[in-house]
Design a protein around this ligand. Structure first.
Ligand code: SF4
Length: 313
């Protein structure tokens, strides 16, 4: 990915969607939530008001240039540093892709908080896969895990997801992010499993920390706890690993590799192994580029359970 693209990133190997071109539809970091586990850092604009701060025309322009070479992608995914549905023009982008590049499947990663609004549900009906989050049903747990915009409450959000399920005929997945100590109690897991059943998503995915989150006290769900949590849900799908996805070739030359690395890790911290899946030029070159970027003060690293994570400064 050239650094000239402002709103496109990747393609990145997504654990759920294979090789996915990311489209960032909001300025960092605009969201209706400020989750303690967010890998994009604290929310600086906490809002439920949609805007055109990222103009849909500019996004469409970038997409038409990038896709003109018909790259090999599994999905084009609306995601990035914030809540994509806060972009007023998302329906224009969807319409453009469906009319001009219908060979690509579209995915939306959303926090699911805005589907209580009719117009928001209408905007997403042509998307192929929606992955919506729901981490809490109780008001107090919702506030602790997701630190929402004050106008939001879990019951309204769940009702919005149920309405979406009625109207949206494609794949709807529900992602539940477990924050040990907050939403993994018996009471909350029972409520979450009941809400998930009422929503009727096609798949439920359980997630827990595997990259540094916003708050350093957030821990991953211990493997010994996994089964206990899983038992609350039937038919649950555990998210796979990056290694499951086919590597796709990208161009290599040192400067280009450094730009690609910056584009990738500015959205989310990655290990060398994660980076290698998206930029398959071999670990020695990646390590040398990362070392160079660290020396320049553009990148820092942090040791976590899964390895050394690199992020932009
Ligand atoms: S995890 Fe998603 S919903 Fe939560 S603050 Fe980050 S971008 Fe927003």
């Amino acid at each position: 990915m050239s650094k000239d693209y402002k709103y496109l990133f990747g393609p990145v190997p997504s654990r759920r969607l294979g090789m996915s071109l990311g489209v960032d539809l909001v300025l960092p970091k605009t969201c209706s939530l400020d989750c303690v586990y967010c890998e994009s850092g604290r929310t600086t604009v906490l809002t439920t008001q949609c805007s055109d701060d990222v103009p849909s025309g500019e996004v469409i322009q970038e997409l038409s240039v990038y896709l003109s070479s018909h790259p090999d992608l599994d999905y084009i995914t609306f995601s990035g540093c914030g809540e994509p549905l806060l972009n007023k023009g998302i329906s224009d982008v969807v319409r453009f892709l469906k009319s001009q590049f219908s060979e690509y499947s579209l995915a939306l990663l959303t926090n699911g908080t805005l589907f209580y609004r009719n117009e928001i549900r209408k905007n997403v009906l042509d998307i192929d896969v929606i992955v919506a989050s729901l981490d809490a049903v109780s008001e107090n747990v919702f506030k602790q895990v997701n630190r929402p915009d004050p106008g939001l409450d879990p019951q309204t959000i769940i009702k919005g997801l149920i309405d979406l399920r009625q109207e949206f005929t494609h794949e709807l997945w529900l992602e539940i992010f477990i924050v040990p100590g907050l939403n993994d109690t018996h009471e909350e897991l029972e409520k979450l499993s009941e809400a998930a059943r009422n929503i009727g998503a096609d798949r439920i995915q359980l997630n827990s920390l595997d990259r540094p989150g916003t708050e350093t006290w957030v821990k991953t769900l211990e493997p010994s706890e996994r089964q206990r949590v899983l038992d609350y849900f039937s038919g649950i799908e555990i998210i796979g690993t990056h290694a499951e996805f086919e590597q796709k070739k990208l161009i290599s030359d040192e400067k280009d590799v450094e730009n690609k690395i910056l584009g990738l890790i500015k959205r989310r911290p990655c290990t060398v192994e994660d980076i290698e899946l998206s930029i398959p030029v071999g670990k020695p070159l990646l390590k040398s580029c990362l070392g160079h970027l660290c020396d320049q003060g553009l990148v820092t690293s942090e040791k976590q359970k899964r390895g050394e994570f690199y992020r932009t400064t």
